[in-house]
Write a protein that binds this ligand. Structure first.
Ligand SMILES: *[C@@H]1O[C@H](CO)[C@@H](O)[C@H](O)[C@H]1NC(C)=O
Ligand SMILES: *[C@@H]1O[C@H](CO)[C@@H](O)[C@H](O)[C@H]1NC(C)=O
Length: 361
């Protein structure tokens, strides 16, 4: 990070230069939140998924510079939202996200261009031949990435192309084009997204270092072998703090394992990030479960601290009130840093403490 000017420093703590204020350094550091602490250590962002809605408490936490300086549109930039029928682009939702980011000075991790899910049936069931599907991808990427040229600090170009065993998912893109759909997507994104935008491969369950993590490493090498731009690998990190019905026995790994996985990609010269972090458990909430969750958040945070090219951590929402988890995994939830009444949970404190203890030297 560059040395901040006093104006920039004031902006960081949410004040304008005109505000008369006693700049007590100790008070400031005590009151620093997640994003303010993280960026003061020279790293780029702490983010949240954003759905714009009528909840002033939730939206106020996101708007404030304290905890979040990056947003990811939860749904507004997905294919079904932006091109619901062929060559019919609908940008109201996505534009609102970009306006929000401009207004409240947030980075935007744009999400996502080529994904098998939340993909309209006209694409997935269109029976297009190879050449036609590539031209549909190009038209989509040109219009969506092109519209937000250089507005996105990052784009998740290809999302979830892998099965759990590390083989390719049999999506319409893979079935029709073969693995070349991945480097082709990155080549097109590089053409339209703007030179300021980092291009990512993004997937879940990479955190365990299993075959799927190696599959993502293979994808990274594949794109690099085409001589095409790829700047990062995003680990979604939809994790659990205990074995649950949905976790297949998995629990957030120890810090060393998480760190090793980040290095699988970082060692190939790209950046890494946690892009959709949440840590769920079987509800109801107990004190012990909150403690285990806080420890899991701390391990994830520490692993990112351990790897210099881990630029940021995005949490998949603010409050348990709106988390996607209970809607999908019925008996699980409470996965975020604020509870349903917007009280900060132990996980918030443990994450903040890790960041504050991080010695950047
Ligand atoms: C474009 O998509 C929107 C949303 O589904 C729909 O309301 C509209 O009729 C479509 N326009 C065209 C020209 O197909
Ligand atoms: C589809 O076309 C692309 C671009 O020419 C090529 O790289 C890819 O191998 C083709 N896929 C199939 C299945 O023929």
């Amino acid at each position: 990070m560059h040395l901040p000017s006093i104006t920039a420093a004031l902006a960081l703590i949410g004040l304008s230069a005109a505000t008369p204020v006693d700049l007590d350094a100790r008070t400031l550091s005590k009151d620093k939140g997640l994003a303010q602490s993280w960026t003061s250590k020279g790293r780029q962002y702490i983010g949240t998924a954003l759905t714009i809605r009528d909840d002033s408490v939730e939206q106020g936490i996101i708007k404030s510079p304290t905890d979040f300086n990056s947003i990811t549109p939860e749904n507004a930039m997905k294919w079904e939202s932006t091109e619901p029928s062929r060559n019919n682009f609908t940008f109201a939702g996505a534009d609102a996200i970009i306006d929000f980011a401009d207004k409240y000075k947030k980075e935007v991790r744009c999400h996502t261009l080529v994904w098998h899910s939340q993909l309209p049936a006209w694409v997935s069931e269109g029976n297009f031949d190879n050449k036609t599907l590539i031209s549909i991808m190009e038209n989509h990427i040109k219009n969506v990435a092109g519209r937000y040229k250089n507005k996105c600090t990052h784009w998740d170009v290809v999302n979830e192309a892998l099965e759990e065993d590390g083989t390719y998912r049999n999506s319409v893109f893979y079935k029709t084009i073969g693995e070349a759909f991945i480097p082709i997507s990155f080549r097109l994104a590089a053409k339209y997204a703007g030179s300021k935008t980092k291009l990512y491969y993004n997937d879940y369950n990479l955190e365990y270092g299993s075959a799927k993590a190696l599959g993502a490493q293979r994808i990274l090498k594949l794109v690099q072998s085409y001589g095409v731009q790829i700047d990062g690998v995003g680990l979604q990190a939809h994790l659990t703090s205990e074995s649950t019905a949905s976790s297949g026995g998995g629990v957030t790994p120890d810090t060393d394992t998480l760190t090793r996985v980040l290095r699988l990609y970082a060692d190939l010269g790209v950046e890494v990030a946690y892009t959709e972090l949440d840590v769920r458990f079987t509800t109801p909430v107990t004190k012990e479960k909150l403690k285990a969750q806080a420890d899991a958040y701390a391990r994830v945070t520490q692993s990112c601290i351990n790897v210099k090219s881990c630029v940021g951590i995005t949490i998949w929402g603010v409050s348990d009130k709106y988390s996607w988890i209970p809607g999908v995994f019925k008996t699980e939830g409470a996965a975020l840093l604020w509870d349903e009444q917007f009280n900060k949970k132990p996980a918030y404190d443990s994450m903040l403490k890790r960041i504050q203890k991080f010695d950047k030297s």
